[in-house]
Design a protein. Structure first.
Length: 307
């Protein structure tokens, strides 16, 4: 499920503001470095700017506003390394030039950002492996990215709902990380819309919903259930929900036994969703159950490639 349009717009506005303002603190250091005629200082401050921009961009789904998503969460580690090298360069430059105005404050701000983000990243990956269920990834033929997922509210807006603590929202991305054409205006312009969705494991279908229309982009449906067209499957003592399927596409019936890889429907934009995607979560006795796909616990910006 996804957030209403007005909340989504506010969130994206805040995310963009953070992305633009986060690197501003050390920005003036570039001018100071030029005045000191220190090549090391200039290179280090430029690297610090680049590292901070990439680091923030890999944590927040900022680029979603342009229909583009950061493809690789490892960029955050690479960006952290760039920031670390930049801080080391600033230290060398400071020792050589005796003084770089406010370099210490800039370094402290950068380190604080890294520390806070690292803590948030760690919190998004906390789960008890013994409680998790192993599933097959329900999508094929392409590259897919998680834009809501993890075990904290920071990375997963579903986390506040007990049954959806480990829920995932998944989209399909193109060669440049785009989930749709730039400034998409129709569902069919999203890469995932109409993609086949497969059963993630052997199980028994316990509930089916179909016939709810696919909404327009950023206009969640409020007349029907939040999950829209959906299928619930009893798997290993847990109930797995696959939601927001395309209207009229559900291919299974209640009480039907399914095997891993059986077609259950096609991805759509039904229910409370601001853009086409597949929502999946597992629950047991009203509590969310962690899901492992090929042994991986997926979080925001995780990728899966399927042939």
């Amino acid at each position: 499920m996804n957030v209403p349009r007005h909340v989504l717009i506010k969130f994206r506005a805040v995310a963009i503001a953070v992305a633009l303002l986060a690197p501003v603190a050390p920005l003036h250091a570039i001018g100071d470095a030029f005045r000191l005629r220190s090549a090391i200082a200039v290179a280090s401050t430029v690297a610090l700017e680049i590292g901070l921009v990439f680091f923030v961009a890999t944590i927040l789904p900022i680029t979603a506003v342009l229909g583009v998503r950061i493809r690789n969460a490892w960029l955050s580690l690479a960006a952290a390394a760039v920031v670390g090298a930049a801080l080391a360069g600033l230290s060398v430059a400071e020792s050589r030039a005796q003084e770089i105005p406010d370099a210490g404050l800039d370094a402290a701000a950068a380190l604080a950002l890294l520390a806070v983000t690292a803590a948030l990243q760690w919190s998004a990956r906390r789960f008890r492996r013994v409680d998790a269920i192993a599933l097959c990834f329900p999508l094929r033929h392409g590259e897919f990215a998680v834009f809501q997922g993890g075990s904290s509210r920071f990375s997963n807006h579903h986390h506040r709902a007990p049954s959806q603590r480990y829920a995932l929202d998944i989209t399909k991305i193109g060669p440049l990380g785009a989930s749709s054409v730039l400034f998409a205006t129709a569902c069919r312009q999203s890469n995932i819309f109409g993609e086949p969705v497969y059963s993630p494991s052997d199980g028994v279908v316990v509930r089916v919903a179909d016939g709810y229309r696919d909404g327009e982009l950023s206009e969640p449906q409020t007349s029907g259930p939040p999950a829209g067209n959906a299928v619930e499957i009893e798997i290993a003592g847990a109930t797995v929900l696959l939601a927001h399927l395309r209207s009229g596409s559900v291919a299974v019936e209640p009480s039907q036994r399914v095997r891993a890889g059986d077609l259950i429907g096609y991805a759509g934009n039904s229910g409370n969703t601001s853009e086409p995607h597949l929502h999946i979560h597992a629950e047991r006795d009203g509590r969310g159950v962690p899901m492992l796909f090929e042994g991986r616990f997926l979080v925001r910006n995780s990728r899966m490639t399927r042939s």
